[in-house]
Design a binder for this molecule. Structure first.
Ligand SMILES: Nc1nc2c(c(=O)[nH]1)N[C@H]1C(S)=C(S)[C@@H](COP(=O)(O)O)O[C@H]1N2
Ligand SMILES: [Mo]
Length: 248
């Protein structure tokens, strides 16, 4: 797995340093973190913690109501037309730094291998809910598209605008290939409802709610997040200075 400096610094070096107060003042240590040689044994331990699984729950733990937050319906002419056709004309586009750009229908995605997981969703606004998600592992989609060597980030372009700007999000390759990172088309044993992101939404279970892009229409592999909207890798990162890596 390739780590960029940005990934390393944003992806948990804060946690690492917080746990290593004595080392905080050591320029040697910080210098090492900033350099490519920073992938030391310590950093390797950091990577393994990034790869740990989020807790999974049982049916009995599921919230009776799973609320919607942010956009509850994109309500654009395009979206309304797709929704009226039960998303049969919708396509997921996968492009950017890939060898094989893809266009997948909902049926094609639903016929791929699936994973079901009952997890807790934590919103930064202070509410949580436990829901059951079914979808295709993102890793399978990316393997199908064959990432180019330069790809470092996976960007999710959504069909809604929040306020006056499009919603988007991004994750690094550690989260992109995490086994619990799925593109969910099912929720609580039914098709994913519109308020929760139909026809397809990201579940990236090691991170806070705003990273879980709903209404995904396009997945783009990129070398950098610079030059994309506000350059911070997500709608809330651009507009409210939310952390790009929102680990929980
Ligand atoms: N496209 C899109 N994705 C989004 C949002 C949004 O407004 N638009 N809101 C985010 C936030 S802040 C949260 S907490 C979750 C809410 O998911 P839910 O509506 O299924 O509860 O979606 C996230 N993904
Ligand atoms: Mo949220």
């Amino acid at each position: 797995m390739i780590l960029t400096r940005r990934t390393l610094l944003l992806g948990g070096a804060g946690t690492l340093l917080a746990g290593c107060d004595r080392l905080n003042n050591s320029t040697g240590f910080r210098g090492a973190l900033r350099s490519s040689e920073g992938l030391t044994m310590r950093a390797q331990r950091l990577i393994s913690s990034r790869e740990a699984m989020a807790r999974e729950f049982t049916e009995a733990d599921m919230s009776p109501v799973f609320r919607s937050n942010g956009t509850g319906n994109p309500d654009t002419p395009d979206y309304n037309r797709l929704a009226a056709g039960r998303f049969s004309d919708w396509r997921l586009r996968v492009d950017g730094l890939v060898h094989r750009p893809l266009q997948l229908s909902l049926d094609q995605i639903r016929s791929m291998p699936r994973r079901t997981q009952i997890t807790r969703h934590d919103c930064v606004e202070g509410w949580s809910a436990i829901g059951k998600w079914t979808g295709v592992p993102l890793s399978l989609i990316l393997d199908g598209a064959q990432l180019r060597d330069e790809a470092r980030y996976i960007v999710f372009h959504c069909m809604d605008r929040y306020g006056d700007r499009p919603y988007y999000e991004s994750i690094d390759l550690i989260d992109a290939f995490h086994p619990q990172t799925i593109l969910a088309w099912g929720m609580n044993d039914r098709m994913l409802p519109i308020p929760n992101g139909a026809p397809l939404r990201l579940r990236v279970e090691r991170q806070l709610g705003y990273k879980h892009a709903k209404y995904v229409a396009r997945i783009e592999a990129r070398a950098t997040l610079a030059g994309l909207y506000g350059g911070q890798g997500g709608y809330w990162e651009d507009s409210n200075d939310y952390e790009w890596y929102a680990g929980i």
